[in-house]
Design a protein around this ligand. Structure first.
Ligand code: UDP
Ligand code: MG
Length: 196
């Protein structure tokens, strides 16, 4: 796959606070539209599990609800994209800051075609995270509070940036999985290129 230079693949970023349903909806997008799903959080957790040189730093950052250095995350995403033959990617949970966004653009030489934002009230996000029992080190009340602060301070500016660029599609993330997916479907239905 060629990203830098020429016409690259279709890229959709998926943003939203912790517990807003990004992963759940991404699974449905993959099933319906065949995009290749790259969850930045999963790539980082895989890196911890593989005892890589950055594992300890990543683990400590995630426990604190902070953002892993851009170079680390972008290089994991880059490796996945460059070793794939896919022409359409769903990048979930990234970029989490303006710095993340700038690093991706600089290193990959690419921008997203569209950005989905799962908009969910804080209380609902907290309830979902505390009830999902996935055994994650960061799904506890203290870390969730920190993640929400980081989301508001650093991720919302990225969301606003893409709104200004006309690339943002806001999804009301309250409702059943299927109700929410109907809104996602409407976005993809308007983009013939990815459904063909
Ligand atoms: N994370 C990060 N950079 C990323 C994606 C994730 O630093 O690009 C870290 C961050 O500490 C975050 C954690 O991984 O709080 C979990 O992210 P994920 O997207 O899996 O979870 P969510 O916040 O959506 O529940
Ligand atoms: Mg996730």
């Amino acid at each position: 796959m060629q990203v830098k230079g020429g016409k690259g693949p279709f890229i959709c970023f998926v943003l939203g606070g912790p517990g807003s349903g990004k992963g759940t909806q991404c699974a449905k997008i993959v099933k319906n539209y065949g995009l290749t799903h790259l969850s930045a959080g999963e790539l980082l957790r895989r890196e911890i599990a593989s005892n890589s040189e950055y594992g300890t730093t990543i683990l400590n950052t995630i426990k604190e609800g902070k953002i892993v250095p851009s170079e680390v995350t972008v290089s994991l995403i880059q490796k996945e994209m460059e070793s794939s033959d896919s022409k359409k990617f769903l990048i979930d949970g990234f970029p989490r800051s303006e710095e993340n966004r700038a690093a991706f653009e600089r290193i990959m030489g690419a921008e997203p075609d569209i950005v989905l934002f799962f908009d969910c009230p804080e209380e609902e996000m907290v309830n979902r995270v505390l009830n999902r029992n996935e055994g994650r080190v960061d799904d506890n009340i203290d870390t969730v509070r920190k993640r929400l602060q980081v989301f508001k301070a650093l991720n919302l500016p990225v969301i606003n940036y893409y709104a200004r660029r006309g690339k943002l599609y806001t999804i009301n993330a309250v409702g059943t999985v299927d109700e929410i997916f109907e809104q996602v479907r409407a976005v993809f239905a308007a983009l013939k290129l990815v459904t063909e």
